[in-house]
Structure formats: C-alpha cells, structure tokens
Ligand binder design. Structure first.
Ligand SMILES: CC(C)(COP(=O)(O)OP(=O)(O)OC[C@H]1O[C@@H](n2cnc3c(N)ncnc32)[C@H](O)[C@@H]1OP(=O)(O)O)[C@@H](O)C(=O)NCCC(=O)NCCS
Length: 149
C-alpha cells in the first residue's frame, strides 16, 4: 500500500463508481487529499486495486471510505488495507477509529468486525437508497497507542 496522489484519482474514481451505489465524486477525493487525510491505494499487482481514506480528528479518526475493484474482491485486499490503515493510525498515536456503514452492506460489516470493530450505535435513515433511506451502523475500533512513539 502507498500514499494516494492526485495522479491516482482517475483510477480510484473508476473503481469507486463501479463498486459503490452512491459513489464519491472526484471533488470528494481531491478534497480528502487537499485536507491531508490519510489516503492510500493498493497497487500490489501493478495497477490500483483498492483505496482507503482515513480522516484524523484530534486523537481519533474516521474511516471515510474503502473500496476494492470488483475483480479483486474477496482476495484479502480490503482486510490488508484496513489493517494497514489501523496500523498507520496507531503509529500516529490515535486512540480510536470510527466508521459508519450501511446496515445492508454485509461484506463491509463482516470485514470491519473481522478487523476488530464493534458496533456502538445506529443512525436511523442516515443513508438514501432505492427504498428511500436505510440505517447507518456506527462502529469503533480502539487502538493500542505506541508508547515509544
Ligand atoms: C467491503 C470491501 C472493501 C471488502 O474488500 P475485499 O477485498 O473484498 O475484502 P477481503 O477479501 O479482504 O475480505 C475480508 C473479510 O471481509 C468479509 N467479506 C468480504 N467480502 C464479503 C462478502 N461478499 N460477503 C460476506 N463477507 C465478505 C469476510 O469476512 C472476509 O473474510 P474471509 O474472506 O476470511 O471470509 C469490498 O467488498 C468493496 O469494495 N465493497 C464495495 C465498497 C464498500 O462497500 N465499501 C465499504 C463501505 S464505504
């Protein structure tokens, strides 16, 4: 995994538009880069297969987005990226990572649970969907800060 740059945005956006029902816009990705969020891509196979974006806020962070190209899903890319993002957060002495996920997103829920996230709340009707709206599940993962920096 490496840091995302502006040059990666076309490839990242193409994946995002293919795998998300309500995809981020180009502006969402460039804003994330401009704001200095932790934006990473996985290009292990020579081309970008996934991306993840973490927004630090004081001593906590929020995972804003994570996506894996359809052809590369279920091969461990998502888990590897997520664990690396948690490791990065830990190295920055962040204490907790939050996220919100659609209650219908079985794959993402299983991924987050397997990486150590637990459910801490429910936001009713938070996301729009074809039926109108659906709930968001709020999850959190406590990190063990690095004592020696
Ligand atoms: C969620 C997502 C990032 C997972 O990426 P991935 O590379 O396919 O996930 P991994 O191969 O690392 O799988 C890790 C674990 O997640 C769970 N998981 C992944 N895909 C799953 C699926 N289709 N159904 C059920 N569980 C699934 C499993 O627990 C899996 O572990 P296992 O393979 O040992 O059973 C991917 O499905 C994706 O890009 N989805 C669309 C975008 C999205 O929903 N992003 C999250 C919300 S912003």
């Amino acid at each position: 995994m490496r840091t995302m740059t502006l040059r990666d945005v076309d490839a990242v956006l193409a994946i995002e538009q293919a795998v998300q029902a309500y995809p981020w816009t180009r502006g969402n990705f460039t804003d994330a880069l401009d704001h200095g969020y932790l934006c990473c891509v996985d290009d292990t196979g020579g081309e970008i297969s996934g991306y993840a974006i973490l927004m630090p806020v004081l001593d906590e962070a929020e995972l804003l987005n994570i996506g894996v190209a359809a052809a590369q899903q279920r091969k461990g890319v998502g888990r590897a990226m997520l664990l690396e993002m948690l490791d990065l957060a830990c190295k920055k002495n962040l204490l907790r990572v939050f996220l919100e996920v659609r209650s219908s997103n079985v794959a993402a829920l299983a991924l987050y649970r397997s990486a150590g996230f637990g459910e801490i709340g429910l936001r009713r009707g938070y996301y729009r969907n074809v039926d109108g709206s659906e709930d968001a599940i709020t999850m959190a993962c406590d990190l063990v800060g690095e004592l020696d920096g």
